[in-house]
Write a protein that binds this ligand. Structure first.
Ligand code: 5RP
Length: 232
């Protein structure tokens, strides 16, 4: 389904606000990346101005800079073992809360944060709800060394796609790696198997599949409602 961009922005703002209302004093909060996560960060900045006392770690330089500019105290992820709550968006989410992420190129750091979090709230508008993962494609982070050989192996296994570009240059993640966007002709019928196969290829850092990570999903609807969705 399609929602016009103005309405979609309003939905994202409502999602960000709702998620920020769930943050409590003393928490270490993980910041996701992307336009929906940005709305969460904006609402969190407001709450901090009103007296909320938290520290944040970030899944991207972009989100980190925004939080820093907004005056939220930053913690160093290299010295954190557990995050209380991470809030992040997603590119697709299925009825079992399996997700595809990485549209913003931050999937590796996002997964480190999500997997280190006691709670992960995913905030998505209803356009992100799918029955089967795959239409979006699958972002895969690969190291730059020997990238042609890595891509050759991916393609040999049937995972066609292309290297992500930005301004006609190869896109580099915050980790200095490339993103190969798999555009499989078919949807992922068994995403866990695909994930295993892809991650076994030397040079692959990680995929944009996120399994068993979301503890709650807030879905924003075109009619303005925000609903908590439970996994099936
Ligand atoms: C970034 C991500 C984002 O969460 C995902 O791309 C959704 O972004 P948006 O909220 O802008 O649609 O995974 O790597």
């Amino acid at each position: 389904m399609k929602i016009d961009s103005e309405k979609q922005n309003d939905i994202k703002k409502a999602l960000g606000k709702r998620a920020a209302s769930l943050v409590k004093n003393g928490m270490i909060v993980g910041l996701g990346t992307g336009s929906t996560a940005n709305c969460f960060i904006e609402s969190l900045i407001e709450r901090c101005k009103e007296g909320l006392k938290i520290e944040v770690v970030s899944s991207s330089t972009h989100s980190l800079k925004r939080a820093e500019k907004g005056g939220i105290p930053l913690a160093d992820m290299n010295f954190i073992t557990k995050i209380d709550l991470t809030v992040d968006g997603a590119d697709e989410i299925d009825p079992y809360n399996r997700m595809i992420k990485g549209g913003g190129g931050a999937l590796v750091r996002e997964k480190i944060l999500a997997s280190s979090s006691r709670q992960m709230i995913v905030i998505v508008d209803e356009t992100k709800l799918v029955n089967q993962l795959g239409d979006f494609g699958l972002p895969v982070e690969i190291i730059s060394f020997g990238y042609s050989a890595t891509i050759f192996k991916l393609k040999e296994l049937g995972y066609d796609g292309e290297l992500r570009k930005l301004d006609h240059e190869l896109y580099k993640t915050d980790n200095g790696n490339y993103i190969f966007d798999i555009r499989s002709p078919k949807r992922f019928l068994t995403p866990e198997k695909d994930d295993d196969v892809i991650k076994k290829i030397p040079g692959v850092v990680d995929t944009g599949f996120f399994f068993n990570m979301a503890t709650s999903v807030l879905v924003g609807y075109a009619n303005g409602n925000v609903k908590l969705r439970k996994a099936r």
